[in-house]
Design a protein around this ligand. Structure first.
Ligand code: KIV
Length: 272
């Protein structure tokens, strides 16, 4: 079987480590449903993240906090059914792992068992050390997430760039090392200075995936709806928009309405 990337070979956490070692850049993108996951998997994306950004782009919430474990499992189950090649990573949602390693384990086991996903992602470093260790000890691959961690938005109070000061940068570096030591297979760095992201990437053997973290990391991730231009009024500096689906879908819908109103659709060939 082949994909847009050539010969079909399933992406594993081991393969991602190889990619880091050989300097092959990793492409990661979010998806939340079967149809879109099938398209981006066939296009050759390496990691599909069932992000808790589903809370924003699928459910219309202002933050990622309201999404539940059941919602995440629903989205992940739909994505997994579509995917033949990519590694599917699922966000463990807010309130289902912080401060309680037993709950972290229960939540992660539910995600893996009920959706068939390949790995989970959790936000934070030292604060969630026990949760990360416990989940890893059950044989579940864990990806870390440092820098701007949207589940802590009410602690930060703003979505601006993180770790610009020395103290926060030092903590981020030691958290990244800790996550690698614990056994995480990768870490997402969100919205931090590019020079800091490079230092972290250089100091780790596991892949570092950036979003708003510059180019000197091992791969990039974007939220699908932002990348495809479906999201409106969200244009951070780090976002490169590869399509304007908002315009395309809007135009197609207006043409559809026009053809119905004019009696052009359906025509005789579209009728039985
Ligand atoms: O939920 C999400 O989409 C994420 C990415 C922004 C990395 O965590």
């Amino acid at each position: 079987m082949s994909s847009a990337q050539g010969t079909f070979k399933k992406i594993t956490t081991h393969r991602l480590l190889e990619m880091k070692a050989t300097g092959e850049k990793i492409a990661m993108l979010t998806a939340y449903d079967f149809s879109m996951a099938r398209i981006i998997d066939a296009a050759g994306v390496d990691i599909i993240l069932v992000g808790d950004s589903a809370s924003n782009v699928m459910a219309g919430n202002e933050t990622t906090l309201p999404i539940t474990l059941d919602h995440m499992i629903y989205h992940a189950t739909s994505v997994v059914k579509a995917v033949k090649r990519a590694l599917v990573v699922v966000d463990v949602p807010f309130g289902s792992y912080q401060g309680n390693s037993s709950e972290a384990l229960r939540s992660s086991i539910r995600i893996m068992k009920e959706s068939g996903a390949h790995a989970v992602k959790m936000e934070g470093g030292l604060e969630i050390r026990e949760s990360v260790s416990r989940v890893l000890s059950a044989g579940i691959p864990v990806m870390g997430h440092l820098g701007l961690t949207p589940q802590s938005i009410y602690k930060f109070g703003t979505y601006t760039v993180r770790a610009k000061d020395e103290a926060e940068a030092e903590k981020l570096k030691s958290d990244a090392l800790l996550l690698e030591e614990l056994g995480c297979f990768g870490v997402v760095l969100e919205k931090i200075p590019a020079t800091l992201a490079k230092q972290v990437s250089d100091s780790l053997t596991i892949p570092v995936i950036g979003i708003g973290a510059g180019q000197d990391v091992d791969g990039q991730v974007l939220v699908m709806h932002d990348m495809l231009g479906i999201t409106q009024d969200f244009k951070p500096r780090f976002l490169r928009q590869y399509a304007d689906l908002n315009q395309i879908i809007g135009d197609a819908t207006m043409n559809y309405i026009k053809d119905i109103r004019s009696g052009d659709f359906p025509n005789t060939e579209e009728s039985y």
